[in-house]
Design a protein around this ligand. Structure first.
Ligand SMILES: *Cc1c(COP(=O)(O)O)cnc(C)c1O
Length: 425
Protein backbone atom coordinates (compact mmCIF):
# COMPACT_ATOMS: atom_id res chain seq x y z
CA UNK A 1 0.00 0.00 0.00
CA UNK A 2 1.40 3.40 -0.90
CA UNK A 3 1.03 5.94 1.84
CA UNK A 4 -0.49 9.24 0.85
CA UNK A 5 1.78 12.18 1.62
CA UNK A 6 0.68 14.35 4.54
CA UNK A 7 -0.79 17.72 3.55
CA UNK A 8 1.87 19.38 5.70
CA UNK A 9 4.48 17.80 3.38
CA UNK A 10 2.65 18.91 0.23
CA UNK A 11 0.22 15.99 -0.12
CA UNK A 12 -3.56 16.31 -0.68
CA UNK A 13 -5.80 17.54 2.15
CA UNK A 14 -8.18 15.00 3.73
CA UNK A 15 -10.93 17.54 4.43
CA UNK A 16 -11.45 19.80 1.45
CA UNK A 17 -14.62 21.70 2.34
CA UNK A 18 -15.82 23.20 5.61
CA UNK A 19 -18.37 21.26 7.67
CA UNK A 20 -21.84 22.71 8.11
CA UNK A 21 -21.90 25.22 10.99
CA UNK A 22 -23.99 24.18 14.01
CA UNK A 23 -27.36 25.92 13.85
CA UNK A 24 -30.09 25.13 16.35
CA UNK A 25 -32.54 27.76 15.11
CA UNK A 26 -35.50 26.66 12.95
CA UNK A 27 -38.93 27.79 11.81
CA UNK A 28 -40.44 27.46 15.28
CA UNK A 29 -37.98 29.98 16.71
CA UNK A 30 -38.50 32.36 13.76
CA UNK A 31 -42.30 32.24 14.21
CA UNK A 32 -42.03 32.66 17.98
CA UNK A 33 -39.74 35.70 17.62
CA UNK A 34 -42.01 37.21 14.95
CA UNK A 35 -45.08 36.94 17.20
CA UNK A 36 -43.30 38.83 19.96
CA UNK A 37 -42.01 41.51 17.59
CA UNK A 38 -45.52 41.99 16.18
CA UNK A 39 -46.92 42.41 19.70
CA UNK A 40 -44.65 45.44 20.20
CA UNK A 41 -43.84 44.30 23.78
CA UNK A 42 -40.18 43.25 23.61
CA UNK A 43 -39.73 43.32 27.41
CA UNK A 44 -42.22 43.88 30.18
CA UNK A 45 -39.99 44.01 33.27
CA UNK A 46 -40.42 46.86 35.75
CA UNK A 47 -37.65 47.56 38.29
CA UNK A 48 -40.06 48.19 41.16
CA UNK A 49 -42.38 46.09 43.35
CA UNK A 50 -45.17 45.48 40.85
CA UNK A 51 -46.59 42.38 39.09
CA UNK A 52 -44.22 43.21 36.21
CA UNK A 53 -41.21 42.87 38.53
CA UNK A 54 -41.20 39.23 37.39
CA UNK A 55 -41.08 40.06 33.67
CA UNK A 56 -43.37 39.61 30.70
CA UNK A 57 -45.52 36.66 29.62
CA UNK A 58 -42.82 34.90 27.56
CA UNK A 59 -40.20 35.23 30.31
CA UNK A 60 -42.60 33.68 32.80
CA UNK A 61 -43.76 30.96 30.39
CA UNK A 62 -40.12 30.06 29.67
CA UNK A 63 -39.32 29.91 33.38
CA UNK A 64 -42.25 27.57 34.08
CA UNK A 65 -41.15 25.38 31.14
CA UNK A 66 -37.59 25.25 32.56
CA UNK A 67 -38.91 24.25 35.99
CA UNK A 68 -40.84 21.43 34.36
CA UNK A 69 -37.98 20.19 32.17
CA UNK A 70 -35.24 20.44 34.79
CA UNK A 71 -37.51 19.10 37.54
CA UNK A 72 -36.76 21.96 39.95
CA UNK A 73 -38.90 24.15 42.16
CA UNK A 74 -37.65 27.42 40.67
CA UNK A 75 -36.08 28.72 37.43
CA UNK A 76 -34.96 32.32 36.89
CA UNK A 77 -33.93 33.54 33.45
CA UNK A 78 -31.16 36.10 32.98
CA UNK A 79 -29.62 37.99 30.08
CA UNK A 80 -26.43 35.88 30.12
CA UNK A 81 -25.03 33.02 32.15
CA UNK A 82 -22.28 35.35 33.32
CA UNK A 83 -25.08 37.43 34.88
CA UNK A 84 -26.52 34.18 36.25
CA UNK A 85 -23.25 33.29 37.97
CA UNK A 86 -22.97 36.77 39.50
CA UNK A 87 -26.56 36.57 40.75
CA UNK A 88 -25.91 33.09 42.19
CA UNK A 89 -22.84 34.17 44.18
CA UNK A 90 -24.73 37.17 45.56
CA UNK A 91 -27.85 35.14 46.35
CA UNK A 92 -26.07 32.56 48.50
CA UNK A 93 -24.91 35.39 50.76
CA UNK A 94 -21.21 35.59 50.00
CA UNK A 95 -19.46 38.37 51.99
CA UNK A 96 -16.41 40.42 50.94
CA UNK A 97 -13.27 38.42 51.69
CA UNK A 98 -15.03 35.04 51.76
CA UNK A 99 -13.20 32.36 49.82
CA UNK A 100 -14.91 30.39 47.06
CA UNK A 101 -13.19 27.34 45.58
CA UNK A 102 -13.29 27.07 41.78
CA UNK A 103 -11.42 25.01 39.17
CA UNK A 104 -8.95 26.77 36.84
CA UNK A 105 -10.30 24.81 33.85
CA UNK A 106 -13.43 26.76 33.00
CA UNK A 107 -14.55 29.90 31.27
CA UNK A 108 -13.19 32.94 33.13
CA UNK A 109 -16.67 34.05 34.25
CA UNK A 110 -16.96 31.21 36.79
CA UNK A 111 -14.19 32.87 38.79
CA UNK A 112 -14.98 36.49 37.93
CA UNK A 113 -18.48 36.09 39.39
CA UNK A 114 -16.79 35.44 42.76
CA UNK A 115 -14.56 38.51 42.52
CA UNK A 116 -17.59 40.57 41.54
CA UNK A 117 -18.78 40.46 45.20
CA UNK A 118 -15.23 41.15 46.44
CA UNK A 119 -14.88 37.53 47.46
CA UNK A 120 -11.67 35.61 46.79
CA UNK A 121 -11.40 32.82 44.19
CA UNK A 122 -9.27 29.90 45.39
CA UNK A 123 -8.27 27.46 42.67
CA UNK A 124 -8.49 23.69 43.19
CA UNK A 125 -6.97 21.24 40.73
CA UNK A 126 -8.95 19.06 38.29
CA UNK A 127 -9.28 15.30 37.74
CA UNK A 128 -7.45 13.90 34.72
CA UNK A 129 -10.42 11.65 33.86
CA UNK A 130 -13.22 14.21 33.50
CA UNK A 131 -11.30 17.52 33.69
CA UNK A 132 -13.70 18.54 36.48
CA UNK A 133 -12.77 19.92 39.90
CA UNK A 134 -11.20 17.22 42.07
CA UNK A 135 -13.07 16.85 45.40
CA UNK A 136 -9.79 15.91 47.12
CA UNK A 137 -8.18 19.14 45.96
CA UNK A 138 -11.28 21.03 47.12
CA UNK A 139 -10.86 19.58 50.61
CA UNK A 140 -7.17 20.43 50.64
CA UNK A 141 -8.01 24.06 49.83
CA UNK A 142 -10.63 24.62 52.52
CA UNK A 143 -9.65 27.28 55.07
CA UNK A 144 -11.65 28.91 57.89
CA UNK A 145 -12.64 31.54 55.30
CA UNK A 146 -14.12 29.16 52.70
CA UNK A 147 -17.84 29.72 52.20
CA UNK A 148 -18.70 28.05 48.88
CA UNK A 149 -17.65 25.83 46.00
CA UNK A 150 -18.18 26.86 42.40
CA UNK A 151 -18.14 23.54 40.50
CA UNK A 152 -18.23 23.33 36.71
CA UNK A 153 -19.53 20.49 34.53
CA UNK A 154 -16.78 21.04 32.02
CA UNK A 155 -17.06 19.99 28.36
CA UNK A 156 -20.42 18.31 29.07
CA UNK A 157 -19.50 15.76 31.76
CA UNK A 158 -20.94 16.23 35.24
CA UNK A 159 -18.61 16.96 38.13
CA UNK A 160 -18.67 14.57 41.12
CA UNK A 161 -21.54 16.46 42.70
CA UNK A 162 -22.27 13.87 45.40
CA UNK A 163 -18.72 14.11 46.77
CA UNK A 164 -18.84 17.91 46.61
CA UNK A 165 -22.20 18.14 48.40
CA UNK A 166 -20.87 15.83 51.09
CA UNK A 167 -17.82 18.05 51.62
CA UNK A 168 -20.09 21.11 51.62
CA UNK A 169 -22.36 19.59 54.25
CA UNK A 170 -19.41 18.74 56.45
CA UNK A 171 -17.90 22.24 56.24
CA UNK A 172 -21.17 24.18 56.02
CA UNK A 173 -20.52 25.51 52.52
CA UNK A 174 -22.85 26.36 49.65
CA UNK A 175 -22.36 24.83 46.20
CA UNK A 176 -23.01 26.51 42.85
CA UNK A 177 -22.80 24.46 39.65
CA UNK A 178 -21.87 26.09 36.37
CA UNK A 179 -23.48 23.71 33.87
CA UNK A 180 -23.15 26.06 30.89
CA UNK A 181 -21.66 23.25 28.80
CA UNK A 182 -23.80 20.45 30.19
CA UNK A 183 -27.55 20.83 29.72
CA UNK A 184 -29.56 17.57 29.42
CA UNK A 185 -26.66 15.68 30.98
CA UNK A 186 -27.29 12.99 33.56
CA UNK A 187 -25.43 12.05 36.73
CA UNK A 188 -26.86 8.76 38.04
CA UNK A 189 -30.22 9.51 36.47
CA UNK A 190 -30.38 13.09 37.72
CA UNK A 191 -29.97 16.22 35.57
CA UNK A 192 -26.69 18.05 36.16
CA UNK A 193 -27.05 21.64 37.27
CA UNK A 194 -30.02 20.82 39.50
CA UNK A 195 -28.12 19.04 42.28
CA UNK A 196 -26.39 21.94 44.04
CA UNK A 197 -27.88 24.81 46.09
CA UNK A 198 -28.09 26.76 42.84
CA UNK A 199 -26.97 25.99 39.29
CA UNK A 200 -27.73 26.77 35.72
CA UNK A 201 -27.07 26.96 32.04
CA UNK A 202 -25.90 29.36 29.36
CA UNK A 203 -28.05 30.33 26.38
CA UNK A 204 -25.14 31.90 24.52
CA UNK A 205 -24.83 31.35 20.77
CA UNK A 206 -22.09 28.72 21.18
CA UNK A 207 -24.01 26.46 23.55
CA UNK A 208 -26.25 23.44 22.79
CA UNK A 209 -29.35 25.65 22.77
CA UNK A 210 -29.30 29.41 22.63
CA UNK A 211 -31.24 32.63 22.49
CA UNK A 212 -28.31 34.73 21.21
CA UNK A 213 -27.44 35.70 24.77
CA UNK A 214 -29.16 34.41 27.90
CA UNK A 215 -29.02 32.08 30.88
CA UNK A 216 -31.20 29.97 33.17
CA UNK A 217 -30.73 29.66 36.94
CA UNK A 218 -32.28 26.68 38.75
CA UNK A 219 -32.74 26.10 42.48
CA UNK A 220 -34.98 24.25 44.92
CA UNK A 221 -34.35 26.83 47.66
CA UNK A 222 -37.12 29.42 48.16
CA UNK A 223 -34.87 32.05 49.74
CA UNK A 224 -32.17 31.78 47.06
CA UNK A 225 -34.95 32.01 44.46
CA UNK A 226 -36.22 35.30 45.87
CA UNK A 227 -32.74 36.76 46.14
CA UNK A 228 -31.88 35.77 42.55
CA UNK A 229 -34.91 37.65 41.29
CA UNK A 230 -34.05 40.70 43.36
CA UNK A 231 -30.44 40.83 42.16
CA UNK A 232 -31.68 40.35 38.58
CA UNK A 233 -33.90 43.40 38.79
CA UNK A 234 -32.66 46.41 40.81
CA UNK A 235 -32.88 44.81 44.27
CA UNK A 236 -32.09 48.02 46.20
CA UNK A 237 -35.10 49.81 44.71
CA UNK A 238 -37.50 46.93 45.45
CA UNK A 239 -36.62 45.56 48.92
CA UNK A 240 -38.55 48.19 50.92
CA UNK A 241 -41.87 47.76 49.13
CA UNK A 242 -41.46 43.99 48.93
CA UNK A 243 -40.76 43.85 52.67
CA UNK A 244 -37.35 42.24 52.34
CA UNK A 245 -35.34 42.62 55.56
CA UNK A 246 -32.07 40.79 54.74
CA UNK A 247 -30.23 43.52 52.83
CA UNK A 248 -26.96 41.65 52.28
CA UNK A 249 -26.00 41.77 48.59
CA UNK A 250 -29.26 43.50 47.70
CA UNK A 251 -27.36 45.50 45.12
CA UNK A 252 -29.37 44.99 41.97
CA UNK A 253 -28.54 44.83 38.31
CA UNK A 254 -30.43 44.71 35.08
CA UNK A 255 -29.91 41.02 34.26
CA UNK A 256 -33.35 40.72 32.63
CA UNK A 257 -34.00 38.51 29.60
CA UNK A 258 -36.06 40.02 26.78
CA UNK A 259 -39.36 38.63 25.49
CA UNK A 260 -37.91 37.72 22.06
CA UNK A 261 -35.15 35.66 23.67
CA UNK A 262 -37.62 34.01 26.06
CA UNK A 263 -39.95 33.08 23.19
CA UNK A 264 -37.01 31.56 21.31
CA UNK A 265 -35.89 29.80 24.49
CA UNK A 266 -39.30 28.09 24.87
CA UNK A 267 -38.84 26.52 21.42
CA UNK A 268 -35.17 25.68 21.95
CA UNK A 269 -35.89 23.90 25.22
CA UNK A 270 -38.27 21.51 23.42
CA UNK A 271 -35.43 20.51 21.09
CA UNK A 272 -32.66 20.25 23.70
CA UNK A 273 -32.69 16.48 24.28
CA UNK A 274 -32.66 15.85 20.51
CA UNK A 275 -29.71 18.18 19.92
CA UNK A 276 -27.74 16.53 22.70
CA UNK A 277 -28.54 13.05 21.36
CA UNK A 278 -27.28 14.08 17.89
CA UNK A 279 -24.05 15.35 19.44
CA UNK A 280 -23.66 12.11 21.41
CA UNK A 281 -24.20 10.03 18.25
CA UNK A 282 -21.47 11.95 16.39
CA UNK A 283 -19.11 11.62 19.36
CA UNK A 284 -19.71 7.88 19.58
CA UNK A 285 -18.80 7.49 15.89
CA UNK A 286 -15.67 9.53 16.48
CA UNK A 287 -14.73 7.36 19.46
CA UNK A 288 -15.27 4.18 17.42
CA UNK A 289 -13.05 5.54 14.66
CA UNK A 290 -10.22 6.83 16.88
CA UNK A 291 -10.10 4.20 19.60
CA UNK A 292 -7.27 2.15 18.10
CA UNK A 293 -4.81 5.03 17.68
CA UNK A 294 -1.94 4.59 20.11
CA UNK A 295 -1.07 7.32 22.56
CA UNK A 296 -4.42 9.05 22.19
CA UNK A 297 -6.76 8.99 25.17
CA UNK A 298 -10.40 9.55 24.22
CA UNK A 299 -13.15 11.02 26.46
CA UNK A 300 -13.97 8.98 29.53
CA UNK A 301 -17.57 8.74 30.69
CA UNK A 302 -17.99 7.61 34.28
CA UNK A 303 -20.46 4.79 34.94
CA UNK A 304 -23.95 6.20 35.39
CA UNK A 305 -23.08 9.49 33.70
CA UNK A 306 -23.75 10.91 30.23
CA UNK A 307 -21.73 13.44 28.20
CA UNK A 308 -23.05 16.35 26.13
CA UNK A 309 -19.76 16.85 24.21
CA UNK A 310 -19.58 20.61 24.19
CA UNK A 311 -15.97 19.69 23.61
CA UNK A 312 -14.53 16.30 22.65
CA UNK A 313 -11.59 16.13 25.07
CA UNK A 314 -8.46 14.06 24.30
CA UNK A 315 -5.08 13.54 25.94
CA UNK A 316 -1.91 12.75 24.03
CA UNK A 317 0.76 10.50 25.46
CA UNK A 318 3.53 12.64 24.00
CA UNK A 319 6.28 10.59 25.68
CA UNK A 320 5.05 7.41 24.00
CA UNK A 321 4.48 9.13 20.65
CA UNK A 322 7.77 11.03 20.70
CA UNK A 323 6.15 14.01 18.92
CA UNK A 324 4.95 17.28 20.42
CA UNK A 325 1.30 18.23 20.56
CA UNK A 326 2.02 21.32 18.48
CA UNK A 327 3.44 19.25 15.61
CA UNK A 328 0.48 16.86 15.70
CA UNK A 329 -2.04 19.72 15.72
CA UNK A 330 -0.30 21.51 12.87
CA UNK A 331 -0.35 18.32 10.78
CA UNK A 332 -4.05 17.73 11.52
CA UNK A 333 -4.91 21.33 10.72
CA UNK A 334 -3.01 21.04 7.43
CA UNK A 335 -5.32 18.08 6.63
CA UNK A 336 -8.19 20.60 6.80
CA UNK A 337 -9.38 19.92 10.35
CA UNK A 338 -10.69 23.04 12.10
CA UNK A 339 -11.82 23.34 15.74
CA UNK A 340 -8.79 21.75 17.41
CA UNK A 341 -7.78 23.45 20.65
CA UNK A 342 -4.34 22.74 22.11
CA UNK A 343 -4.74 23.28 25.85
CA UNK A 344 -7.78 24.79 27.50
CA UNK A 345 -7.52 27.27 30.35
CA UNK A 346 -5.60 28.08 33.47
CA UNK A 347 -7.56 30.95 34.88
CA UNK A 348 -5.23 31.45 37.85
CA UNK A 349 -2.49 32.41 35.39
CA UNK A 350 -4.45 35.28 33.82
CA UNK A 351 -2.83 38.72 34.43
CA UNK A 352 -5.62 39.78 36.82
CA UNK A 353 -4.66 36.98 39.24
CA UNK A 354 -0.93 37.02 38.62
CA UNK A 355 -0.71 40.76 39.29
CA UNK A 356 -3.66 40.77 41.73
CA UNK A 357 -5.18 43.84 40.13
CA UNK A 358 -8.98 43.69 39.82
CA UNK A 359 -11.06 46.60 41.13
CA UNK A 360 -9.09 49.79 40.81
CA UNK A 361 -5.34 49.75 40.37
CA UNK A 362 -4.20 49.11 43.94
CA UNK A 363 -4.85 45.39 44.25
CA UNK A 364 -8.38 45.39 45.62
CA UNK A 365 -9.68 43.05 47.02
CA UNK A 366 -6.44 41.12 47.73
CA UNK A 367 -4.52 43.98 49.36
CA UNK A 368 -7.49 45.12 51.42
CA UNK A 369 -7.96 43.92 54.99
CA UNK A 370 -11.17 42.09 53.93
CA UNK A 371 -8.79 39.52 52.39
CA UNK A 372 -7.62 37.52 55.37
CA UNK A 373 -4.60 35.75 53.96
CA UNK A 374 -2.16 35.84 51.07
CA UNK A 375 -3.84 33.62 48.46
CA UNK A 376 -1.44 31.83 46.16
CA UNK A 377 -2.00 31.95 42.38
CA UNK A 378 1.52 30.85 41.41
CA UNK A 379 2.17 28.41 38.63
CA UNK A 380 2.36 25.00 40.29
CA UNK A 381 -0.79 25.24 42.45
CA UNK A 382 -2.82 23.14 39.96
CA UNK A 383 -0.25 20.73 38.48
CA UNK A 384 -2.72 18.52 36.58
CA UNK A 385 -4.56 21.41 34.93
CA UNK A 386 -1.24 23.08 34.10
CA UNK A 387 0.38 19.97 32.62
CA UNK A 388 -2.68 19.22 30.49
CA UNK A 389 -2.83 22.80 29.27
CA UNK A 390 0.88 23.10 28.57
CA UNK A 391 1.55 19.67 27.15
CA UNK A 392 -0.97 16.88 26.70
CA UNK A 393 -4.49 18.11 26.10
CA UNK A 394 -6.25 18.57 22.76
CA UNK A 395 -9.93 19.36 22.45
CA UNK A 396 -12.09 19.14 19.39
CA UNK A 397 -14.81 21.79 19.48
CA UNK A 398 -17.88 19.73 18.72
CA UNK A 399 -20.03 22.80 19.35
CA UNK A 400 -18.89 24.39 16.08
CA UNK A 401 -20.38 22.02 13.53
CA UNK A 402 -23.46 20.01 12.67
CA UNK A 403 -21.44 16.86 12.07
CA UNK A 404 -22.78 14.32 9.57
CA UNK A 405 -21.54 10.75 9.44
CA UNK A 406 -19.32 11.52 6.41
CA UNK A 407 -17.73 14.42 8.30
CA UNK A 408 -16.86 12.16 11.22
CA UNK A 409 -15.36 9.64 8.78
CA UNK A 410 -13.16 12.39 7.33
CA UNK A 411 -11.99 13.48 10.78
CA UNK A 412 -11.07 9.86 11.55
CA UNK A 413 -9.25 9.60 8.20
CA UNK A 414 -7.22 12.74 8.96
CA UNK A 415 -6.17 11.36 12.36
CA UNK A 416 -5.29 7.94 10.89
CA UNK A 417 -3.24 9.52 8.13
CA UNK A 418 -1.28 11.68 10.57
CA UNK A 419 -0.84 8.81 13.04
CA UNK A 420 0.63 6.51 10.37
CA UNK A 421 3.30 9.13 9.67
CA UNK A 422 3.97 10.59 13.09
CA UNK A 423 7.65 9.70 12.63
CA UNK A 424 7.86 12.16 9.71
CA UNK A 425 6.72 15.18 11.75
C1 LIG B 1 -20.30 29.87 28.20
C2 LIG B 1 -19.87 29.69 29.59
C3 LIG B 1 -20.10 30.66 30.57
C4 LIG B 1 -20.64 32.03 30.27
O1 LIG B 1 -21.94 32.02 29.71
P1 LIG B 1 -22.46 33.30 28.91
O2 LIG B 1 -23.92 32.98 28.69
O3 LIG B 1 -21.69 33.40 27.65
O4 LIG B 1 -22.29 34.49 29.78
C5 LIG B 1 -19.73 30.39 31.87
N1 LIG B 1 -19.17 29.22 32.20
C6 LIG B 1 -18.90 28.26 31.29
C7 LIG B 1 -18.28 26.97 31.73
C8 LIG B 1 -19.23 28.47 29.95
O5 LIG B 1 -18.94 27.53 29.05
Amino acid sequence: MTIEKLAIHGGPKTITKPFKPYNSIGKEEIDAAKTVVESGVLSKFLGCWDPDFYGGPKVQEFERACEKYFGVKHAVTVNSWTSGLIAAVGAIGIEPGDEVIVPPWTMCASATAILHWNAIPVFADIETETFNINPKSVEANITPYTKAIMAVDIFGHSCDIDALMEIAKHHNLKVITDSAQAPAVYNKGRLTGTLAHVGGYSLNYHKHIHTGEGGILVTNDDEIFERLQLIRNHAEAVVKDKGVTNLSNMVGHNFRLGEIEAAIGIQQLKKLEGFVTNRQDAAECLTKGLKNLTGLRLPIIKTGYTHAYYMYPMILDTNLLGVSREKICTALEAEGLTGLVAGYANIHLLPMYQKKIAYGSRGFPWTSDICKRDVNYDKGICPIAERLHDKDYIGYEMCLHQLEKEDVNLIVKAFEKVWRQLHTL
